[in-house]
Design a protein around this ligand. Structure first.
Ligand code: FAD
Length: 368
């Protein structure tokens, strides 16, 4: 089954066995009901089409990215809850490279970001860039944020709680919520019709991995992490580190399948990309080493992962034949923690023959 065909491991269009594709690409209606703050979104719609659909009806509702589903049947449309946003939000970017205290600033960010303000989302993007010294490279930590309010409220808030960031008025821009989506996609914020363009972003091959961090990393640990971006294979590598806290702390683990919320300081999304197929080995090798380096900083009891950024390195179902609960637990518990058992029970009830399956789908309990 393919909707957006955006799966990070390509499981919607790669198969080891003969297959037919059920392609939902043309099911892309978006119906926004502003009165009840919900939208019906057909499965083939992109998030861009959804955001555009919301913005063409109202400037005061939004939808945070994320969500999805497979394993249990064919989803034709989603009913999603929209969230209130102010007509004007403020976004900012403050760049610091290794020579400008990137390590120390990120070290401090870890202690503050998850409790700065319920109306503020912050993220740090780490990547390799050219240094001011000709022919040399450095590592950039780009501190970004989106505040559900105006500049005049944001600046004193950050200057008080996080003066090390050095946030100034020229780092900030006020815009509508839908424009902030384009800002974070590194796209021009006008015209917003670009959200309807399915090929606006460059197409590179990629491999991704994720972590949930509960304890701040040491400065030496951060230094080692950043220095890995100076190695080979990192020309198009990026790590997006997203602060948790706020509303995320209030939603119980078993409310939806995605369990990672309370007590988490931040989520790290490691991504490596390449243009030429011959670079794939080098790049994938690098991201595996980065992930291995981060193992001492990830949650000690059970290392978590985000199902939307599927990582087949964590293990896969058997291509032919039954996959046991124990075998699938290796990745299932990482993605879903205590919800995994419940998902397996539901699967056993509604699809005991495992008709809807993929490399990391939830297996039923009994062998068919
Ligand atoms: C560059 C990039 C950036 C991303 N950024 C984010 C992000 O910011 N936040 C985030 O949460 N995720 C992100 N993702 C991950 C993305 O959300 C997931 O890969 C998502 O599953 C893609 O949805 P899709 O409709 O394209 O899935 P597809 O590739 O079409 O399918 C994914 C899986 O779902 C099954 N499936 C597809 N359609 C249906 C259906 N209608 N009913 C039942 N099963 C179905 C497929 O068989 C397959 O197993 C990103 C991915 C990429 C490549």
């Amino acid at each position: 089954i393919r909707s957006g065909g955006h799966d990070v491991e390509g499981v919607s269009y790669v198969s080891q066995v003969p297959f037919v594709i059920l392609d939902l690409v043309n099911f892309r209606d978006v119906n926004v009901d502003t009165k009840n703050e919900v939208a019906w979104v057909q499965s083939g719609a992109t998030t861009g089409e959804l955001y555009y659909g919301i913005a063409s009806k109202t400037q005061t509702l939004g939808f945070p990215a994320g969500g999805g589903g497979n394993t249990f049947g064919v989803v034709l449309a989603w009913k999603i809850k929209l969230v209130p946003v102010p007509p004007v939000v403020t976004v900012f970017t403050v760049n610091k490279n290794l020579e400008q205290n990137a390590t120390k600033t990120f070290h401090r960010w870890q202690y503050i970001a998850h409790k700065l303000s319920r109306d503020l989302f912050t993220t740090v993007w780490v990547m390799k860039v050219n240094s001011s010294q000709v022919g040399r490279k450095t590592v950039l930590a780009s501190f970004k944020g989106m505040f559900l309010g105006r500049i005049d409220v944001l600046i004193p808030l950050i200057q008080y709680a996080f003066p090390e960031l050095g946030l100034a008025r020229e780092n900030c821009t006020e815009m509508s919520w839908v424009q902030s989506v384009l800002y974070f996609g590194a796209l021009p914020i006008e015209p917003v019709e670009i959200l309807l363009n399915r090929s606006a972003l460059p197409r590179l091959s990629l491999k991704a991995k994720t972590d949930y961090i509960r304890e701040p990393m040491s400065e030496t640990g951060i230094e080692g992490f950043m220095n890995m971006f100076l190695e080979e294979g990192t020309d198009f590598a990026i790590t997006m580190i997203e602060a948790f806290g706020g509303k995320m702390d209030e939603i119980r683990e078993n409310e939806i399948p995605f369990p990672h919320r309370s007590g988490i300081l931040f989520e790290s999304v490691y991504i490596v990309q390449w243009r030429n197929e011959e670079d794939a080995g080098l790049c994938i090798n690098w991201i595996r080493r980065l992930y291995s380096y981060m193992s001492s900083y990830a949650s000690k009891s059970l290392r978590g992962a985000y199902y939307n950024y599927k990582d087949l390195d964590l293990g896969t179902n058997n291509i032919n034949g039954y996959t046991s609960y124990e075998q699938a637990s290796v990745w299932g518990l990482k993605y879903f923690r205590n919800n995994f058992k419940r998902l397996v029970r539901i699967k056993t009830m509604i699809d005991p023959m495992n008709f809807f399956s993929n490399e990391q789908s939830i297996p039923p309990l009994l062998s068919p």
